[in-house]
Design a protein. Structure first.
Length: 162
């Protein structure tokens, strides 16, 4: 099993062997290949009540046929739920995530990778499950034209055609 280097931007004080780049601190994390997958498997068996409830709504393509994965490794992170087809991530957070700088850095990394991130509090999922499901449905069904296609491809100027 090999070792992979992951460069993460962080806001932690530098430790031995770490440097600075433009005032931002960076740290190199050595990750064993397969370690994230093993951790994701453990997290799948130890889901919170809110994650379990939301998974019941997302599993088996129940929202417009879109497939979600749970506790899915992506880059240096393990995502609660992700629809890879629409590049939509759904995170369910407890109180420990309130004003978390790590969550902000994580969201920035994920957005730079082309993903949209929806975050819900545990109590929202447990008490307002229908509105959470509606917000996810809305995000999935928003119009997303392919980025490589020009707007209204093939339409052209038809002013001279009767």
């Amino acid at each position: 099993m090999g070792v992979r280097r992951i460069l993460m931007q962080g806001f932690l004080p530098p430790q031995a062997g770490e440097g600075q780049d433009g005032g931002r601190l960076y740290r190199v994390i050595l990750v064993r290949e397969g370690a994230k997958t093993s951790q994701a498997r453990r997290l799948r068996t130890a889901m919170t009540d809110a994650e379990r409830k939301l998974w019941q709504c997302l599993r088996l393509r129940q929202i417009e046929g879109f497939r979600f994965r749970r506790q899915h490794p992506l880059g240096p992170y393990i995502l609660d739920f992700v629809c890879l087809e629409r590049k939509l991530i759904v995170e369910v957070d407890g109180g420990q995530h309130l004003d978390s700088a790590r969550d902000a850095a994580r969201d920035t990394w994920l957005r730079n990778a082309g993903f949209r991130v929806l975050r819900f509090w545990n109590h929202e999922v447990l008490t307002m499950n229908e509105s959470v499901a509606q917000a996810i449905y809305d995000a999935l069904t928003e119009a997303h034209p392919h980025p490589d296609l020009p707007p209204q491809a093939g339409e052209g100027d038809r002013s001279g055609i009767p």
